[in-house]
Write a protein that binds this ligand. Sequence first.
Ligand SMILES: C[S@@+](CC[C@H](N)C(=O)[O-])C[C@H]1O[C@@H](n2cnc3c(N)ncnc32)[C@H](O)[C@@H]1O
Length: 296
Amino acid sequence: MAAPKTYSSREIQALYRTHLLREEAILKRILDHRGSLAGITEMDLAEDPVSEITDQNHIGGVKFVKDLARKAGIGPATEILDVGCGLGGSARCLAHLFGCRVHGVDLSKQRCSEALDLTKLVGLEDLVTFQHGDVLKIALPTRRFDVVWAQSAWVHIENKEKLIKKCRKSLKAEGRIALEEPCLKRLPRNQRENRELRDLADHWKSYLEGLDVWTELLSSQSFEVYCKTDLSPELGKLYRKLIRLARGGVITHVSRSEQKAWELGLRLVAKGIVGYFRLVARKLPQGDFSLRAMRA
Ligand SMILES: C[S@@+](CC[C@H](N)C(=O)[O-])C[C@H]1O[C@@H](n2cnc3c(N)ncnc32)[C@H](O)[C@@H]1O
């Protein structure tokens, strides 16, 4: 395999500056449909079966937020840190559905500002807050959280060991990491597959890892992985839908390169090279996991 590239935070932010999912596009979709923004709730921002122009910048939309929340044991008293929160879609959904407090962190200043606008618009600013910056560089709140949450965001972060270590410090005892991310399901078998995988990673500005690597990283930092689910078919389903919507003119302003990336993503999912997974892990006392493993 070719040596992986490194992506700067500037390149990652550029990817989202012109992204299909932006405040302006979401509000336009609602205005076109309802004629007014009066009385809208988080669910108006989060759900749109026709065009997929929502604040949910991950696979599976609101359903996956609910499923992941159930696995992570989220309720009204749960304090959540959403790392790579984007437009704050998951954060607001969690607050709206469960009444819990969520603090979102995102690299993109533009996305943080749009996230705050959308949060005020649906009246959730007492429960949902945002902080701009690279999670590996900024000081996170000093209070401890019950759940560190991430959907389709940690794939952009190369040093996952450092990331998990930092998140561990922000978690209470028995706190959970709740993750849904794209992953590498198998290595490429020839040059063509290698090139395709490199092109997709390049388009996504991402660092794909296998599920075994994720599990090992968490275990080595005393987390017990108690939920592991392969959600890869949903990734293929979303790409098929987006390609159909763009070809049918339902979603417009999609660059040719974005459409090509969807086609490439679909091909790599079909070949079983790229996938999507859910993983939930509980924080154990430091060293407990290895002690248990040694005793077993
Ligand atoms: C695909 S979006 C997912 C957004 C959100 N989790 C959601 O599900 O709607 C990935 C987000 O990760 C953010 N991100 C990437 N690298 C980051 C970093 N080092 N620190 C904080 N956020 C980061 C990006 O700015 C982007 O908004």
